[in-house]
Design a protein around this ligand. Structure first.
Ligand SMILES: *Cc1c(COP(=O)(O)O)cnc(C)c1O
Length: 366
């Protein structure tokens, strides 16, 4: 059996260091917003190239707190419109709704699975205030074009970088340092994953960073003095300790993912399988390796018979979810096609060469 993702094997590589850091954590007697969170915020800001990183509870909150922060700063208000891809994970849309803003879904591009730029431009209205690109599956959105559109229309750009830790553009700028602010998730399956929930905001905006730092902790900077109606969304101290151990090997892990992806792309040759578009650059960190097939159930049977793990990211587009029934009248042919045809095959930094070869041969024999 080749598992879709062997999280245990991923984390066992750091077992001795994890255990040592747990003992230090236990002995410290200090369990919330301590030295490990502070250390991680410095490390991750330096990694992304931003002046600020604020550790928060999860990726959903990271995105929400950015929007809440801009509301406090007077840059956004209730019902402002946020442009977001119609094929994203629902968290992106929930963050916008929970912050009292209005998600405007935009058609997806069939080659990159990011925004269709023509549709993006057409979706801009008087009320549009934010573009929220999602670097889906680990591939940077077309940020140059998005930044140009945002400048022309005076819009904020907030990156959903939850799947793209370490992705870089041609100029060497990292995901999280390209827009005005970015939200990251450290959910265990992400390229940089904790052993529980975790998230972070990165930004170069001093005022925004200061507000979010307060918002994540009940709206306080001084204990028991509440400046804003805040939240409880702090990056956990122990998770921060684990992330400090894992961050130094993120680039090496991403390089392994890219090598596997290149292997898949050059060796899988089957008219029935549409492979991802990839130019070989570091703009993709292959959080997921997503292919498209016409008769997905038949393909899934073939994978099951050959004991190859698989998942669908995601089987139902947001506008067809019961939870978002107010969007059900909308139609996005590309997003719907994507959701009907995509399937993710095994991809992780702990796959062996034999496993990669086996996946290739099973896909070629379909
Ligand atoms: C994982 C993910 C999130 C949410 O992160 P959580 O830590 O689970 O809250 C948001 N957006 C995208 C694209 C994600 O993949």
């Amino acid at each position: 059996m080749i598992p879709f993702l062997n999280l245990k094997a991923i984390n066992q590589r750091y077992e001795a260091e994890f255990q040592k850091s747990f003992q230090t954590f236990l002995d410290s007697g200090y369990y919330i917003l301590g030295n490990q969170v502070k250390l991680f915020e410095g490390n991750f800001a330096r990694y992304c190239g931003t002046t600020h990183c604020i550790g928060v509870g999860n990726g959903l909150d990271a995105l929400r707190l950015i929007l809440e922060g801009y509301k406090i700063l007077g840059k956004l208000k209730e019902n402002d419109e946020v442009l977001v891809a119609s094929n994203t994970y629902i968290a992106t849309i929930l963050a916008i709704k929970q912050a009292g803003l209005k998600p405007v879904l935009v058609e997806a591009d069939l080659e990159t699975y990011n925004f269709d730029l023509t549709a993006l431009k057409k979706s801009i209205s008087e009320k549009t205030k934010v573009i929220m690109p999602v670097h889906l599956y680990g591939q940077l959105s077309p940020m140059e074009e998005i930044l140009k559109i945002s400048k022309e229309n005076n819009l904020l750009v907030i990156e959903d970088a939850a799947q793209a830790h370490g992705a870089k553009n041609k100029a060497g700028k990292f995901a999280g340092n390209i827009g005005d602010a970015a939200g990251f998730s450290f959910y265990p399956t992400k390229n940089l994953g904790a052993l529980g929930d975790g998230g972070a905001v990165t930004t170069n905006n001093d005022a925004l960073a200061e507000v979010i730092r307060k918002l994540r902790n009940y709206g306080t900077s001084t204990k028991y003095v509440n400046e804003f109606l805040g939240f409880n969304s702090r990056l956990d101290e122990l998770q921060a300790a684990f992330l400090n151990i894992k961050l130094p090997t993120l680039d090496a892990d991403n390089e392994i993912r890219r090598t596997i992806a290149k292997n898949y792309i050059s060796e899988i040759s089957n008219d029935k399988i549409v492979l991802p578009e990839y130019d070989g650059n570091e703009n993709h960190v292959f959080h997921l390796f997503v292919v498209r097939v016409k008769n997905r159930n038949t393909f899934i049977d073939h994978l099951d018979r050959n004991s190859i793990g698989h998942l669908i990211h995601y089987p139902i587009p947001p506008h067809k979810q019961q939870a978002l029934s107010d969007f059900s009248h909308l139609s996005f042919p590309n997003a719907e096609k994507i959701h009907n045809e995509i399937i993710s095959i095994p991809m992780s930094p702990v796959m062996t060469e034999e496993e990669v070869e086996r996946v290739i041969s099973v896909l070629n024999s379909y």
